[in-house]
Design a protein around this ligand. Structure first.
Ligand code: PEP
Length: 251
């Protein structure tokens, strides 16, 4: 009943030419994909050409950040209105790298989520525990705080449009992946938290992606879990063929 959404996160990789080349390859490879929504998160400098390149294909483009004001004296920032203007569809928010290096709080992420929803784009809210938090038995507490903080004051209808990406921080870029069973258990807990906030009906419709060293070899086992509705893929999304291998396992 939930469609898989598999998103790449290119982070701060690729110039404009490389982005367009990779998207051109990916478009060709994914022509026959029917059962997966495909998203690519690209750096700001590539977004305009990326959107134009994928028009008419089944690939949608995401920004990797936004500032939660429509316009104003915020030197160096990019607004939801600017992203909407160039037809960006999704915005990745609250990635652990932004929480860690740019000290983004749940409150700030919540403002961004609201701004993105208000203008009619779709947020991908990243949440995840650090290794010491998992080892200290604090995973659920940490995730609950991030979910509640990120989605506070959203209506049920707004919440339904949000994709939650569960990315254990210890699994991002490390080659370590949560086992499919461990990921499924955590996804179930996340859905329970969403159900408590927005009702079971809505929570059952919400997409919860897994992220953290997803690659062609482990994607099938992860994506076949009941509460795993797609992936957020960093390293393995940089090359069209390896990303396509992951998409194929879900198609
Ligand atoms: C990410 O950046 O969101 C991510 C999951 O990275 P990787 O797949 O490289 O672990």
């Amino acid at each position: 009943m939930r469609r898989l959404v598999i998103a790449g996160n290119w982070k701060m990789y690729k110039n404009n030419k490389e982005a367009v080349e990779t998207l051109t390859q990916l478009k060709d490879l994914t022509k026959e994909v029917k059962n997966v929504d495909i998203v690519i998160g690209a750096p700001f400098t590539c977004l305009s050409d990326a959107v134009k390149n994928v028009e008419g294909s089944n690939i949608k483009i995401a920004a990797e950040n936004v500032y939660p004001k429509l316009e104003g004296a915020y030197t160096g920032e990019v607004s939801p209105k600017m992203l909407k203007d160039i037809r960006v569809t999704y915005v990745i928010l609250g990635h652990s790298e932004r929480r860690e290096y740019f000290k983004e709080s749940d409150e700030f992420i919540n403002q961004k989520i609201k701004a993105v929803l208000e203008i009619g784009m779709k947020p991908i809210l990243c949440i995840g525990e650090k290794l010491e938090e998992r080892e200290g038995g604090k995973t659920l507490e940490v995730l609950t705080k991030q979910i509640k903080g990120g989605l506070v004051d959203l209506s049920k209808e707004e919440a339904e449009k949000v994709i939650v990406a569960y990315e254990p921080v210890w699994a991002i870029g490390t080659g370590k992946t949560a086992t499919p069973e461990m990921a499924q258990e955590t996804h179930r807990e996340i859905r329970n938290v969403l159900a408590a906030m927005f009702g079971k009906d809505k929570a059952d419709k919400m997409i919860i992606q897994y992220g953290g060293s997803m690659k062609p070899e482990n994607a099938k086992d992860l994506l076949s879990q009941e509460d795993i509705d797609g992936g957020l893929v960093g390293g393995a999304s940089l090359k069209a063929d390896s990303f396509f291998e992951i998409i194929k396992t879900g198609n």
